[in-house]
Write a protein that binds this ligand. Structure first.
Ligand SMILES: Nc1ncnc2c1ncn2[C@@H]1O[C@H](COP(=O)(O)OP(=O)(O)OP(=O)(O)O)[C@@H](O)[C@H]1O
Length: 606
């Protein structure tokens, strides 16, 4: 299996150079920001930098929401408005401390984002962005029409911030506060993305099927990310209100929502540091263009919007992943520091004894309109056996597979897993009971390493959440997860690939990655959907060896496969389907000798 490797394993020197560059980048940014504050810069530039810092927070939210999760939102500015207005209103009307109203703003944002997210995030495709536009507009008009909030004039005389008698309204102190919060948020998001929760979040962009099969409650995670993005926006709104000391609806409307999205896309929507790059470039460019363009053209107007329009088209065409991505790709990539050698093993479920019935499929049926794709199919799978499910194209194998794993609902019949009825359960609930699968078309997170992808398989065997990740309270569990991921990768002969980017693998290692990820879930039943598709002869032999080893260890395996050589070579029992019906079942020899099976494959009458 090692012969498959076409990559050089990074050395310790690469690792330290890369770590220095990457973690050093944060310190370099912090040092540059401090130096800027100490330099005798005109106030104008400090004000600009304050605005950039304020914009970094909502854009960072969009990086999570849009760049990482693939959920496009034009409504981020509305949550900036919720934070700004809550604090402006409560400090001016009730005389509350801004340090208290920050939390009230966050509370209101959390409640409204949870409600809006729960309603809109069920939508997909272009409906979701349209829905975000709708509630962004609704909030804008609400703010502009409420008497209590001063209608379109807004709220004036919002107090500045002070801390222990220190007036944070002074430009350079406010600058320190804004950028301390912005950098803290960036570090928190970096930590989040590099955690159990982060890996689940990163899996969402490729659709929900794989993440659900790993036990991730994808809808809950989407709402969670939406709320987190809104909270970052709310903090930005709080800063904005107390920096400007006045609020009105304009900066929280749809136009600003589009501008935040533009900052994220330009900077690099999938990169945390892209948020800072995007916010900085757009703000500085906007200001310079507002001065330059009227001079060039000879009349005043919002001409910078035309330049931005052209710029976004060019960026989408030539740098679709944003400016930061172009830089990031040139930085050396350091492998994760292997600090899990001593980590205790993750808890394991008790396993069935060899020969026990693990899966009992009873007369399952699936109709798609008038088409009966699976027609009252029954079979059993036992521990320590490889059961093949074969049949010509369109026989109903994948549909059967999806019915068993909970991806599709049954029209009738039932499925028992280890004696428990699982029909009707969602796939994550089935995964939780010890059934794990691979996909006909490999599903993984291409930007994550092989190790990270495989660690996702143990999602249900761990439990640390977003806050633990941000505070680094999840390190012990992370070590356990990576120890398990490495163990499973070595089990399938992928020990040489731990730190490779999954998207760079060829088909053979990709399929083994999926098997290792499925094994990471500690399953009693492994379902493999065409694992040999696209593999070379040697890779197939290696796959067969892996499956034999798993069988010897007592694993129950269901194999849907077209490669008859492989099926006949490794299966103990074979179920044959044709036109959705159960044609026959038996040992490989019985199946090979069956006239009915030959006729089914040759397309003759039987
Ligand atoms: N979502 C769907 N809606 C309508 N028909 C479907 C759907 N999914 C599958 N079918 C139909 O059900 C039948 C069985 O398809 P299925 O993909 O399960 O076959 P298969 O044996 O896995 O085929 P292959 O080996 O080509 O993957 C086919 O006629 C297919 O067109």
């Amino acid at each position: 299996m090692h012969s498959l490797s076409t990559y050089a394993t990074p050395t310790d020197n690469d690792r330290s150079a890369s770590n220095l560059l990457r973690s050093g980048g944060l310190w370099a940014l912090a040092a540059a920001l401090t130096a800027l504050a100490l330099l005798p810069l005109p106030d104008f530039w400090i004000i600009q930098l304050n605005y950039i810092g304020i914009y970094v927070l909502p854009v960072l939210g969009l990086v999570l929401l849009t760049g990482v999760c693939g959920l496009t939102s034009f409504g981020q500015a509305a949550f900036v408005g919720v934070g700004a207005y809550t604090s402006a209103y409560l400090t001016t009307q009730l005389g509350l401390s801004p340090w208290f109203t920050l939390w009230m703003g966050l509370g209101l944002t959390t409640a409204s984002a949870t409600l809006i997210g729960a309603i809109t995030l069920r939508m997909s495709g272009h409906y979701l962005p349209l829905a975000t536009m709708a509630w962004a507009l609704a909030l804008y008009y609400l703010l502009g029409n409420l008497d209590a909030l001063g209608k379109y004039d807004g709220i004036l005389s919002v107090p500045g911030l002070s801390l222990f008698g220190l007036d944070l309204g002074k430009l350079r102190l406010f600058y320190a506060l804004v950028w301390a919060l912005a950098l803290l948020a960036c570090v928190a998001v970096v930590r989040l993305l590099n955690s159990r929760t982060g890996r689940a979040i990163r899996a969402l962009a490729g659709g929900t099927q794989m993440a659900e099969a790993m036990g991730v409650d994808t809808f809950r995670y989407k709402v969670g990310v939406f709320v987190l993005a809104a909270m970052l926006a709310s903090i930005s709104g709080w800063l904005f209100a107390h920096f400007q000391q006045t609020v009105n609806p304009s900066p929280f409307g749809l136009k600003m929502g589009i501008e935040y999205l533009f900052m994220a896309v330009l900077g690099g929507a999938a990169h945390v540091w892209g948020a800072a790059a995007g916010a900085g470039i757009v703000k500085l460019l906007e200001d310079q263009l507002q001065v330059l363009l009227p001079k060039l053209i000879g009349t005043s107007g919002n001409y910078e919007l035309i330049v931005f329009g052209i710029l976004i088209v060019l960026v989408l065409k030539y740098l679709p992943s944003g400016l930061w991505d172009a830089i990031d790709r040139r930085l050396p990539r350091a492998p994760r520091k292997q600090d899990w050698a001593q980590a205790p093993a993750l808890p394991m479920q008790p396993k069935p004894t060899t020969g026990d019935v693990v899966l009992d499929v009873r007369a399952i049926r699936k109709q798609f309109g008038g088409l009966v794709a699976v027609n009252d199919i029954s079979f059993q799978i036992r521990a320590g056996q490889i059961t093949g499910l074969i049949g010509p194209n369109g026989a109903g194998k994948s549909t059967t597979f999806n019915l068993v794993t909970g991806v599709l609902g049954l029209t009738s019949g039932e499925v028992l897993f280890r004696g428990e009825r699982i029909s009707g359960l969602p796939s994550r609930a089935i995964a939780c009971r010890g059934m794990s699968r691979t996909f006909q078309h490999v599903k993984m997170v291409p930007d994550m390493t092989v190790l990270e992808n495989v660690a996702l398989g143990a999602h249900l065997r761990s439990g640390k959440g977003a806050l633990s990740a941000m505070l680094h309270w999840d390190r012990a569990e992370e070590r356990q997860l990576f120890a398990e991921a490495e163990r499973q990768l070595r089990r399938v002969g992928m020990g040489a690939y731990l730190h490779h980017k999954a998207g760079d693998l060829s088909m053979g290692p990709q399929r083994l990655l999926e098997i290792a990820r499925a094994l990471c879930a500690d399953p009693a039943l492994l379902l493999l959907d065409e694992p040999a598709a696209g593999l070379r002869h040697k890779e197939k032999q290696e796959l067969a060896e892996v499956l034999r080893t798993l069988r010897a260890e007592g694993m129950a395996i269901l194999l849907v496969e077209h490669d008859m050589g492989l099926v006949m070579d490794i299966c103990d029992h074979i179920v044959v389907m044709e036109f959705g019906t159960h044609l026959m079942e038996g040992t490989p020899t019985e199946v090979q000798q069956s006239e009915k099976v030959r006729a089914a494959y040759l397309g003759t009458e039987h």
